[in-house]
Design a protein around this ligand. Structure first.
Ligand code: SF4
Length: 225
């Protein structure tokens, strides 16, 4: 192949990659492409102001059915941050993420890492419970994600652990399966992101616990660096 043909071939591959990415974004329902360095609309907010803003937020229709906003909980200087999908019924009543059966399993996982819930930060992509636990709509994700982005900017975790398909696919802007995303680190706005199975999935599929523990061992090793 001539040099010119190689340049053209390389150019066409880049175009195909960009096109695939844009098509994935459109399939996911996003109307804007987020740049990694893009500032959230809350870029000047500290944690308390951000929490106050979230607690009164009516930016999307999910505010209509919620009991309370589930902002996030834990050490605001944590090295490790867990991010799930959205509050369920228990979380919506208590205002605390991961407090149901899946939450109890997450607590056990954290303790197996020789940490406590107070040592880490736990939040969701979406702060208000979707009715009937339906999947959040793309417009709800797009509207709510700036809260999470600012939380991450403020907490500056060394590692983010995305729990489950929805959180991993949303944060990484991909349609890839959780089984193909887990087990390795990805870049998320300058943080290392490990995707793994959601604790609710483990309650139904205990055989996945071994994979999750392998992922958590990688996280523990990264936290020691
Ligand atoms: S889900 Fe997020 S954007 Fe929607 S009302 Fe709740 S806090 Fe606001």
């Amino acid at each position: 192949m001539s040099d010119q043909n190689e340049v053209v071939e390389g150019y066409l591959q880049i175009v195909a990659t960009v096109r695939e990415y844009v098509e994935e974004q459109i399939q996911l329902g996003f109307t804007e492409l987020l740049e990694p360095e893009e500032k959230s609309e809350f870029s000047e907010f500290d944690v308390e102001r951000l929490r106050h803003e979230a607690m009164g937020c009516e930016r999307c229709e999910l505010h209509q059915g919620r009991n309370t906003v589930v902002f996030g909980i834990g050490d605001e200087d944590a090295d490790l941050m867990f991010v799930g999908e959205a509050p369920g019924a228990d979380e919506d009543l208590q205002g605390i993420p991961f407090v149901g059966r899946a939450g109890q399993l997450l607590t056990k996982i954290i303790e197996a890492m020789e940490l406590t819930r107070d040592d880490v930060y736990i939040a969701n992509v979406i702060k208000c419970r979707p009715p009937g636990n339906r999947n959040p709509k793309p417009i709800e994700i797009e509207t709510c994600e700036p809260f999470l982005l600012r939380q991450i900017e403020l907490i500056k975790p060394q590692v983010i652990c995305a729990l489950g398909t929805f959180a991993a696919q949303t944060l990484l802007r991909t349609k890839q399966s959780i089984s193909s995303l887990r087990g390795r680190f990805h870049d998320y706005h300058g943080c290392k992101l490990m995707a793994t199975y959601h604790p609710a999935y483990l309650l139904r599929n205990p055989h996945g616990k071994r994979d999750v523990w392998e992922d958590m061992q990688k996280v523990m090793a990264e936290l020691k660096t």
